[in-house]
Write a protein that binds this ligand. Structure first.
Ligand code: IYR
Length: 224
């Protein structure tokens, strides 16, 4: 199918003009290498406009048929954060005490994680990402979304990069199962919780595990 003439536009200049390509991408690599998941947050406030722009950046992600099948819920309300923490910890407690196997516990050992999720209450904002399994229009009619997991995963990648660009830190937290988020945030029936992401400044004494990233030859295969 060909897009109609009226619905197309030229690309932004920087895409067409390849000058400085290697410098830009090398700088971006150095910058992204410094991004880390953080589990100890400061309660230092973050301007809401920054969070809004971070979400706008996530919203520029490609998605199946441009359906943008996501909702980013931003929670700063202390009572709601407390309830979310309690429910997340209850599920995590079960996971860490028998629900998941020995291998899981061993794989997580280097990260020093446990069922205590203090960061949910400490950080200024939690972003809970929902994926929209389908859309519901104003008349209550259901419409398909496509490649929803892929689309929302890409949007979250953009979100994490934007959080890093803002000089803030985040954690991709996956309380499991996380249906409690659907209830606590009173989301519509077409939405499913995808990830819980605390956002803020790191605690002064925050430490991160000393992780290595796999080298290029381990994560790629070239076919010239
Ligand atoms: N969701 C749990 C456990 C956990 C699982 C994986 I895989 C991680 O990379 C990190 C944590 C938790 O958040 O503690």
């Amino acid at each position: 199918m060909k897009a109609s003439e009226e619905s197309v536009m030229p690309l932004a200049n920087h895409v067409v003009n390849g000058g400085g390509m290697n410098e830009r991408v090398s700088e971006y690599l150095d910058f992204m290498k410094t991004r880390r998941s953080v589990r100890e947050f400061s309660s230092r406030p973050v301007p809401l406009e920054v969070i809004e722009n971070i979400i706008r950046i996530a919203g520029t992600a490609p998605s199946g048929a441009n359906k943008q099948p996501w909702t980013f819920c931003v929670i700063s309300n202390p009572e709601l954060k407390k309830k979310i923490r309690e429910s997340a910890e209850a599920e995590e407690f079960i996971s860490y005490n028998g629900r998941m196997g020995e291998e899981w516990l061993k794989d997580l050992e280097p990260f020093g994680t446990n069922h205590v999720k203090e960061f949910i209450e400490v950080c200024p904002y939690i972003i809970v990402v929902f994926r929209k399994a389908y859309d519901i229009d104003q008349n209550g009619v259901k419409h398909n979304n496509y490649y929803v997991n892929e689309s929302v995963g890409i949007a979250v990648g953009f979100l994490l990069s934007a959080i890093h660009q803002a000089g803030l830190v985040s954690l991709t937290h996956t309380p499991s199962p996380m249906n409690f988020l659907h209830e606590l945030l009173e989301r519509p029936e077409n939405e499913r919780p995808y990830l819980l992401i605390p956002v803020g400044f790191p605690a002064d004494d925050a430490r991160v595990p000393n992780l290595l990233r796999k080298p290029l030859d381990e994560v790629s295969a070239f076919y010239h």
